[in-house]
Structure formats: structure tokens, C-alpha cells
Design a protein around this ligand. Structure first.
Ligand code: ADP
Ligand code: CDP
Length: 237
């Protein structure tokens, strides 16, 4: 497969066209952002770690029957994916209260959420990814009710698979964000699953092992991502 022109450079990944109109190459860069891109830093090895982490997770999800865009890992920092028409809606599931939920509702960080919650956010950095709902998504044409129902069902299926996977590594999957898109009319999981887009705590000590280490200036960010990867069986060579 031939890598062609860069189509888009996001905050952490770049998207390239290929000689196949149905496929793209995603490159995972070392760039790390927080607070909707207000804080940017380069963290050595992050691109490689997240590319390998994401490939491993996407393979686990595909094995569990979840449709994903992931096709194959090409190199340390590149993967081939199906070209999706992205739906500009972020799906967030929370198993434990943290982050935005704690700030917004004043609940205690660490409270177990039973049943887990499901939230929708509009993917728009300039507006700081505002929270939306099904009605707004339908009215403004971001997604149809049928697409939203499918995205919600898939996001909870991902929870079943990944809660167990991380639990086996002594980790709590606190919350995570997924993005979906359309491939030939079907809803498919896109973007990435890595410690950049979820919260993972050590099950015993509740130590944070995800991007909150960067957001909160705790240090050891990539070391934590690698530790999580090792515990669930991601190979970093
Ligand atoms: P952001 O756009 O939030 O800064 P990234 O730096 O991760 O995020 O950029 C990757 C971009 O590629 C995102 O906008 C994401 O929605 C988009 N994307 C992810 N997977 C696919 C795909 N399979 N097809 C098309 N676009 C994708
Ligand atoms: O962390 P923050 O307060 O920005 O938002 P949140 O609503 O608490 O985020 C819930 C989960 O989604 C966390 O795991 C975030 O890392 C993830 N997320 C993301 O990856 N990208 C966003 N734009 C928003 C949230």
C-alpha cells in the first residue's frame, strides 16, 4: 500500500490518503495535548506506544465481534484503517466517577457508577467539546437516532470486553471515549483506544496510569502507558 498526501493533522495523529480509496494510514505522533489543545508537549515514544496499544485493543475488540476500522499495523507509528465518514459525536462510558463528571455534578471521585453512565459530546475543540444529547444530534444532523442507538450499544459492548481485559491486568477501566464513523453505510469504531482517551487506575492502589498523569503534571506518563500495556499483553519489543 502506498502512502500518499496528508489529509489532516490532528492534535495527536495525522491522516494520510493511500492508493486505495477505501483505506487511510494513521500516524501516531509523540504530540500530547490537554484541555482541547491549550497545552501541547512532545513525549518521547508516545506515538509508538499508542500505535501498538491501539492495534492490540482493536484486535481484541474485533475478535469479540465489534466492527472496527483497524486493518493492520504498518510500522512502529503507522496503522492502516478503513476510511470512515466520521460522526462528530464522542461517546463516553463511565464505570467510576472522575474528570468532567466530578466537576460538573460535584460527585465524589472514585464513586462506583452502577449502572455505568453514557454521555455524548460534540467533537468541536473551539467549543470545548460541549455535552449534547440524542435530540440535538438528530436536529442538527450529526447522527440519526438509529446510528446513535447503534453507537450506544457498541460502546457498552466495548465496556464488557475491555473491563474484563483490564481487570485481568489488575486495572480499573474508569471511563473512556469512543468515536465512530460510517463505512459503506455501516457504523464502525474509528479513531483510537489508548491511555490518551481513557482512564485506568491500578485496582489496588488506585494510582492513575493514563493521560491524567499529563493533565495533572504527575510525570511518568509514557512509563505508565507502557506499564498498562505490559499488564494486558501489548508487545512493545
Ligand atoms: P483530533 O482531530 O481530535 O485532534 P487526532 O489527532 O487523533 O484527533 O486526529 C485524528 C483524526 O482522524 C480525528 O479527527 C479522527 O476523528 C479522525 N479519524 C480517526 N479514524 C478515522 C478513520 N478511520 N477515517 C477517517 N478519519 C478518522
Ligand atoms: O477528562 P475531561 O474532564 O476532559 O473529560 P471527561 O468527560 O471526564 O472524559 C471522559 C473520558 O473520555 C476520559 O477518559 C477522557 O480521557 C476521554 N476523552 C477524550 O479522550 N477526548 C475528549 N475530547 C474528551 C474525553
Amino acid at each position: 500500500m502506498e502512502k500518499r498526501q496528508e489529509l489532516y493533522a490532528g492534535k495527536a495523529k495525522s491522516v494520510f490518503a493511500t492508493d486505495d480509496p477505501d483505506h487511510l494510514i494513521l500516524t501516531f505522533r509523540d504530540d500530547t495535548s490537554a484541555f482541547d489543545g491549550e497545552r501541547m508537549e512532545s513525549l518521547a515514544r508516545k506515538g509508538m506506544v499508542n500505535n501498538r496499544f491501539n492495534a492490540f485493543i482493536m484486535e481484541q475488540l474485533a475478535a469479540a465481534g465489534i466492527p472496527t476500522h483497524f486493518t493492520q499495523r504498518l510500522s512502529d507509528t503507522e496503522s492502516v484503517v478503513k476510511k470512515l465518514d466520521m460522526i462528530p459525536v464522542e461517546c463516553v462510558v463511565r464505570n467510576i466517577a472522575a474528570g468532567g463528571l466530578v466537576k460538573r455534578l460535584g460527585v465524589e471521585e472514585g464513586k462506583e457508577l452502577n449502572p455505568p453512565t453514557f454521555e455524548l459530546f460534540l467533537k468541536n475543540d473551539a467549543l470545548h467539546d460541549p455535552m449534547i444529547n440524542e435530540s440535538l444530534a438528530e436536529t442538527f444532523g450529526w447522527a440519526t437516532p438509529e446510528q446513535l442507538a447503534e453507537m450506544k450499544a457498541l460502546t457498552f459492548r466495548v465496556n464488557d470486553v475491555l473491563k474484563r481485559l483490564f481487570a485481568d491486568g489488575g486495572l480499573l477501566l474508569v471511563d473512556y471515549k469512543l468515536e465512530f464513523g460510517l463505512f459503506k453505510g455501516e457504523i464502525v469504531l474509528g479513531d483510537e483506544f489508548s491511555p490518551d482517551g481513557c482512564r485506568l487506575w491500578d485496582a489496588e492502589t488506585r494510582e492513575k496510569l493514563d493521560k491524567d498523569r499529563f493533565r495533572q503534571g504527575l510525570g511518568g506518563v509514557i512509563e505508565a502507558y507502557e506499564e498498562v500495556g505490559r499488564r494486558i499483553g501489548v508487545g512493545f519489543d
